[in-house]
Design a binder for this molecule. Structure first.
Ligand code: DSN
Length: 382
């Protein structure tokens, strides 16, 4: 037998045996897995349903249309593209589709909890081929909405990205909307981390306030690796061509054939996320997160958060890597992370990023996280 299958088996066992606390990871259902491993992977279908460049697409047209229809309903948007291969290509498609080369836009700093594609300077397409301005967080690790509004007023960016990978607080969409409207900028919500919380009703919904929504589908949403781009009613009112611009930017602008097995798996995940039990799941993620943060704090650790699925722990300057390794030796998987006003570096940061979505999928509740918090604190303080 090909040794790859033994390695896959070992990885499955590792995932089951250890405590998985990386906030961007989750466990997909057997149904999502079955769609991912299907014969849809064999098919090419450049284009969109009803307008393809290959023959033999009657069935996959129905599949993609079903994913689009389910996703539109779930995210409350009139237009949805389900073809982006993942979050970074989705964000690239938005920037390329809506801005001129070199256009000015505003995004959250990586070290404050933002994402590389939100304008990180020097090394990313978003920082190299566009004029990116970056906003950070205040002493408490929170967005300073007033300062940000003043900066937006002064700099007049053409687009504002809101969304984060390590921000444990609620995002106040209405405030961002006022800023964007004041300078007629596109407002883009990248909800990759919190999509499952939004559709589960435990984080405010950006759809009534923003123009565009991007999201990966594999984090709290619990679907396959992949991403979506939604255009809201506001987006279409701002520019009736917005949907066309986004679609053209994804294909043929940046991508080739869509990964239809992924798209079918997304359709399955969207249906799962629309069930009442998913709402309970989302509620439990946040309850678990709050209990874990409280336990770690009561054990004397410096915890930032939380109002959502994740928190940051300050473990001392440059100590994130070492402490994350020590936790791994004890079968607890987290990731080292920068903290607001970081004194270390992204490779030797001072924090840990911890989240509850994966273990909540496995059925963990408050008492499990309380017990875990006490165990983690002992290991971290060692
Ligand atoms: N890599 C993702 C995360 O872990 O949050 C962001 O793209």
């Amino acid at each position: 037998m090909d040794p790859i299958f033994d390695l896959i088996k070992q990885e499955t066992e590792r995932q089951r045996k250890q405590v998985q606390l990386i906030p961007s990871e989750n466990f997909i259902s057997e149904e999502v897995k079955s769609a991912l491993g299907s014969d849809l992977s064999n098919k090419y279908a450049e284009g969109y349903p009803g307008k393809r460049y290959y023959q033999g697409n009657k069935i996959v047209d129905e599949i993609e249309q079903l994913a689009i229809d389910r996703g539109k309903k779930l995210f409350g948007v009139p237009h949805l593209n389900v073809q982006p291969y993942s979050g970074s290509p989705a964000n690239m498609a938005v920037l390329v589709g809506l801005l001129e080369h070199g256009g000015k836009f505003y995004g959250m700093q990586l070290s404050a909890g933002g994402h590389l594609t939100h304008g990180h300077p020097g090394v990313t397409f978003s920082g190299k081929y566009f004029q990116s301005m970056q906003y950070g967080v205040n002493e408490e690790g929170k967005i300073d909405y007033e300062k940000m509004a003043q900066d937006v007023e002064r700099e007049k960016p053409k687009l504002i990205f809101v969304g984060a990978t390590a921000y444990p607080w609620i995002l106040e969409w209405e405030k961002f909307s006022r800023m964007a409207k004041s300078v007629n900028a596109w407002l883009v919500a990248d909800v990759s981390h919190i999509a499952g919380l939004i559709v589960g009703g435990v984080h405010p919904d950006p759809a009534p306030f923003v123009d565009i929504i991007t999201s990966t589908t594999h984090k709290t949403l619990r679907g396959p690796r992949g991403a979506i781009i939604g255009v809201t009613e506001n987006g279409l009112a701002k520019d009736p061509e917005a949907a066309k611009k986004i679609d053209k930017s994804v294909f043929p602008g940046l991508q080739g054939g869509p990964h239809l097995n992924n798209i079918a798996a997304m359709a399955v995940a969207f249906e799962e996320a629309s069930r009442p039990e998913f709402k309970k799941y989302a509620e439990q993620i946040v309850k678990n997160s709050i209990v874990l943060a409280q336990t770690l704090k009561s054990e004397g650790l410096k915890v930032l958060g939380t109002e959502n699925h994740l928190m940051l722990i300050d473990v001392g300057e440059g100590m994130g890597k070492e402490v994350a390794q020590r936790l791994e030796e004890n079968d607890i998987i987290v990731n080292k992370n920068t903290i607001p006003n970081e004194q270390g570096s992204p490779f030797r940061p001072s924090g840990l990023r911890i989240g509850t979505p994966a273990m909540t999928t496995r059925g963990w509740v408050e008492k499990d996280f309380e017990e875990l918090g006490k165990r983690m604190a002992q290991i971290i303080k060692k």
